[in-house]
Design a protein around this ligand. Structure first.
Ligand SMILES: C[S@@+](CC[C@H](N)C(=O)[O-])C[C@H]1O[C@@H](n2cnc3c(N)ncnc32)[C@H](O)[C@@H]1O
Length: 248
């Protein structure tokens, strides 16, 4: 019996040259880091869960009703017309509101290390001509400089060495007079009614989050002296905004 490999070819098909495979231009895939695959697959890589979780209501519940407030706290640092690097996709309304905030004169580049998140964010922002969404690791140095480079609840999800690399990479991508903006968890007041519960959540599901209760984001930078730093805390200290401004 002949299998498909042995089937004799007609004289004509034997002469026909085998076509070259088409060359498809794909963005260089950033490898999904091990911490994401190990600890956050369910939240960020499983397409079914992504669709379930990427909703304003879910984000607001996770942030104890502070989603809008914290978004605005970040946007307070960004002027319409600026060029902005957003260091990861954010669930809910954040990407859309950021694109609206910078307006048609601004330029927004969103990167995310997970292809499913890039696709999700592209879908949210498809109406905006001045926005690009691509695969990229926030820990990698960018070739470009921006008026603002933003990290919104990214640092608490990454291991210690990654935190440092992301802080340095974002600081390095800021223009003179520009800002790196970090909004994330912070050590709450000792009497905060949610402190014990958040500690439990971190111990069970967010293994790198507690570090932000112990260290200052400024101290994660390898050259903090080249920037002027400002920090504000919110909601009994559970959240923080840290702004690093590069002098002109
Ligand atoms: C910004 S953080 C958490 C945000 C917050 N929980 C939310 O969405 O409201 C989640 C995103 O960070 C992305 N991410 C994690 N590590 C990254 C890295 N090193 N570079 C770029 N994106 C990263 C994940 O793929 C995910 O889309």
């Amino acid at each position: 019996m002949l299998d498909t490999l042995e089937r004799p070819q007609s004289a004509e098909s034997a002469r026909r040259p085998i076509p070259e495979p088409p060359v498809i231009a794909l963005p260089a895939p950033a490898e999904v880091p091990a911490y994401l695959r190990t600890h956050y697959r369910w939240a960020y890589l499983d397409p079914r869960n992504v669709a379930l979780l990427d909703r304003p209501l879910v984000v607001n519940i996770i942030l104890w009703g502070n989603a809008r407030r914290l978004r605005l706290v970040a946007f307070d640092e960004i002027e319409p017309g600026w060029s902005v690097l957003q260091a990861a996709h954010v669930y809910g309304r954040y990407p859309l509101e950021l694109a609206r905030h910078i307006g048609p004169e601004g330029r927004l580049e969103v990167i995310d290390v997970a292809p499913v998140q890039v696709a999700r964010c592209r879908e949210k922002l498809k109406g905006f001509a001045n926005v690009t969404v691509g695969l990229g690791d926030a820990a990698d140095a960018r070739g470009a400089r921006y008026d603002a480079a933003c990290s919104f609840f990214l640092l608490h999800e990454v291991p210690p060495d990654y935190k440092r690399k992301i802080v340095d990479a974002l600081l390095g991508s800021v223009t003179e007079g520009g800002k790196a903006v970090f909004v994330d968890y912070h050590r709450p007041h000792w009497a905060h009614p949610l402190k014990a519960l958040m500690g439990l959540v971190f111990d069970m599901a967010e293994p790198f989050a507690r570090e932000l209760w112990e260290v200052e984001i400024r101290d994660l930078a390898s050259d903090p002296g080249s920037f002027s730093w400002r920090k504000e805390t919110y909601f009994g200290g559970l959240y923080q905004k840290v702004v690093a401004r590069r002098p002109r």
